[in-house]
Write a protein that binds this ligand. Structure first.
Ligand code: PEP
Ligand code: MN
Length: 336
């Protein structure tokens, strides 16, 4: 149950927190209070009188819901403001390959207007015999390149035992599609204060990803963004996955977290990446996360879907043009 407290009656918030807090989860956001597992019958007369609205029919992922938190979450990192009316470009290689290479890619990302440099040092590869990432030295190279060009770092953490170490280098944790329901990992990043980009699992429903986000929020970290990166459908012969563009406004309606589109892992082939990126911009995503490489044929991973520097710069120009035509999404009014 979510209770919206009337103006002037805020004192009741701490009373409710004290009364319920020792036997259930209670979350407070401004004048809204969510009590896990309780309904209106649990409220006394003073509490009922203080309620402007009682919302009993809300999603299980309550902290992520617009009913609990009507306004957009805006995530502030050293170089980026993510969410709300802002648009954030994130780019970089799939894998960190060397210091020299990631520096070169950071320069390209910056030239295309990116404020976030992506790159994996721990790679979730389909085959255990494929390149697994450079590990901690890769994080050092990524951090150094990002700092040199005034960019934030976005990198994947695959294992809860690595959260602390990866957290020393990154501004944003990436939770990959394959780990979207790794609940111990979600709990571990939920205990940090570092923003998290949660990528949609390839077979995850909208409710699945919202509940996965709730695992992070439940630990106290609500600096979450959601990435649509393509899902498995009946026909992924010509694309690696199917970009679920329609998920963007749905997620924006249901939750207040910024929604980012990853056209690279959706398309899987360079020739489709720009088109899918532009679709993401047109539908109102808060940003793009795009893989780039100057020599895709020799990339350590995901070369087939990398944009070359020229292709990236062209895409970034087109994205800016489309963005200027698309008014920031009008958020649905919270009802019920
Ligand atoms: C990646 O970002 O390189 C990656 C592996 O992404 P995903 O988890 O979406 O497959
Ligand atoms: Mn990749």
């Amino acid at each position: 149950m979510i209770i919206v407290i009337k103006p002037g009656k805020e004192a009741v918030i701490s009373e409710i927190t004290n009364r319920f807090g020792d036997h259930t989860e209670v979350f407070v956001h401004d004048n809204r209070i969510a009590i896990q597992g309780a309904d209106r019958d649990a409220l006394n007369k003073v509490e009922l009188d203080a309620a402007a609205q009682i919302i009993e029919n809300h999603p299980a992922s309550v902290q992520g819901s617009r009913a609990f938190h009507p306004e957009d979450t805006i995530i502030q990192t050293p170089h980026s403001t993510i969410g709300g009316d802002n648009f954030t470009m994130m780019a970089g290689p799939c894998s960190v390959e060397s210091l020299a290479h990631v520096r070169k890619m950071a320069e390209v990302a910056k030239a295309g207007g990116a404020t976030v440099l992506r790159g994996g040092a721990f790679k979730p590869r389909t085959s255990p015999y494929s390149f697994q990432g450079l590990g901690e030295p890769g994080l050092q190279f990524l951090r150094q390149a990002a700092d040199e060009f005034g960019l934030d770092v976005l990198t994947e953490v695959m294992d809860e035992d690595h959260v602390e170490m990866v957290g020393k280098y990154t501004d944003i944790f990436q939770i990959g599609a394959r780990n979207m329901q790794n609940f111990s990992l979600l709990k571990a990043v939920g205990k940090t204060k570092i923003p998290v980009m949660l990528k949609r699992g390839m077979s995850a429903t909208i409710d699945d990803i919202l509940n996965a986000a709730e695992y992070i929020a439940a630990g106290g970290n609500t600096q979450i963004m959601i990435a649509e990166r393509g899902i498995r459908t009946f026909d992924n012969k010509y694309t690696r996955n199917t970009l679920d563009v329609g998920a963007v406004p749905v997620l924006q309606k249901l939750s207040h977290y910024p929604v980012i589109v990853d056209p690279s892992h959706a398309a899987g082939h360079t020739e489709f990446v720009t088109k899918e990126a532009l679709a993401g911009v047109a539908i109102g995503a808060s940003g793009l996360v795009v893989e780039i490489h100057d020599d895709p044929a020799h990339a350590f991973s995901d070369g087939a879907q990398a944009l070359t520097p020229d292709q990236f710069l062209e895409m970034a120009n087109q994205a800016t043009a489309i963005r200027s035509l698309v008014k920031p999404t009008k958020k649905a009014e919270v009802t019920a």
